[in-house]
Design a binder for this molecule. Sequence first.
Ligand code: F6P
Length: 540
Amino acid sequence: MTALTQTPAWQALVAHHAEIKDVHLRRLFADDPARAEHFSVEGAGLFLDYSKNRISGETIRLLLRLAEEREVARRREAMFSGEKINTTERRAVLHVALRAPRGTTIEVDGVDVVPEVHKVLDAMADFATRLRSGDFAGHTGKRIRNVVNIGIGGSYLGPDMAYRALRSFSDRSMTFRFVANVDGADFHEATQDLDAAETLFIISSKTFTTLETMTNAATARAWLVGKLGSDAAVAKHFVAVSTNIDGVTKFGIDPTNTFGFWDWVGGRYSMDSAIGLSTMIAVGPENYRALLGGFHAMDEHFRTAPAARNLPLLLGLLTVWYNNFFGAQSYGVMPYAAPLARFPAYLQQLQMESNGKHVDLDGNVVNYETGPIVWGEPGTDSQHSFFQLLHQGTKLVPCDLIGFCQPLSPLTAQHDLLMANLIAQAEALAFGKTEDELKAEGSPDFQRPFRVMQGNRPTNMILAERLDPATLGSLVALYEHSVFTQGAIWGIDSFDQWGVELGKALANRIIPELDHDKQPKLGHDASTNALISRYRRLRG
Ligand code: F6P
């Protein structure tokens, strides 16, 4: 394949960027009164207005040509059909199989994986139903009312995000907590007010070897056995979610209380695998199936919608446009929905662990930018913290603004305030305020330069009817496939994460070196040695 920056589409985009980079959104909207219509698409319950981007019809035409030249459609088909596109780990990438309807066929190494997926889903549904009804009770016979998910990264961010997002659909008689950090404060705070007799721990770990999760799982075991006074209690208060069934058995969790998944599910793509057990317990199997339905609807849209009307493809290409041609280092995602508070954190792992890569699929160091930084906070809070920089700073930060037309709370009048702010921010970012407008408003001379808002700051507006399970599934799948599209353009492996390994190995080396009594000899660089020595001294 031709090197990315040498492809005709890339070269054409470089030339096109030089022409369009200074064109203002005010001009683009003035030139095309139907621009909003021309640059909006709908699919799988989501509406995307991308008209407030610094693009023309030609930009989209060239970006779609780039997608063709980089064979995004062929790579997408390779993913959907179970090819081992995670080449550095020689694995298929089949999170789409997790939400494939019963009866669909998707093969890995000649084996249809869909029946296995549904077997696990059925087992999860059976367990969730028994737990929610009180049929599955704790060691003392008390009903389980508290669920604590112990896991980190992909085994935590999705469940935590989804629980908060769908809390209004959850069983309010139950308490859900999420422990990830190896900092004991995380476990302590999550459990200190819980009755052990009413508490279930879900140990979620794809590998069942992760230091943080194994440490917290051992702490949980000791906490539970200490409180209930018997090792036998473990069977009724621990379940596991993992691909490593041997590891689970060694830890002492009954294999009948274990929900499996497969090596073709990446950690950051696993919230709809058995990793979603806490979500299913919270919202019930029916809502969970609606969530999967939303994921699947977006999968189908991504696979079958024409390129020019394909939401994830367009979103991914726009990310490439700003990242590689405008030099934007980051993009913001602001959900105008308080329950989506953890959505940006979830996206950080999805985007940055997937596309934070510096070599291409052939192992060559790339000569172009890959994955941008993604960050964000819910609106309207974020308007009162960092939006100043978005409006008047010197950095270009494209933003995705997400809103829902129907409120989840009974405070419907407040929903209008929320949505008015969402729509207003996109307008202000795009069109700003000119010196002349300020003058006409009577703004004093001395203040005017400070009040000018240049505008021309791009946003995508994503709207849906309601933040319900199906919409959440569709929204997550939108970003999964946008990330896929970007990775395909950059020609990188979006499904490995070798970069996190070195830090883990070095931490394992340092753990015994922190021993204050033995004071082991240190052999690091001067700074690391000094930091360890200081810690030993001050920890006491
Ligand atoms: O450290 C990164 C990572 O490997 C993620 O990719 C993963 O989601 C997380 O750790 C947790 O891994 P596990 O589910 O195996 O405990």
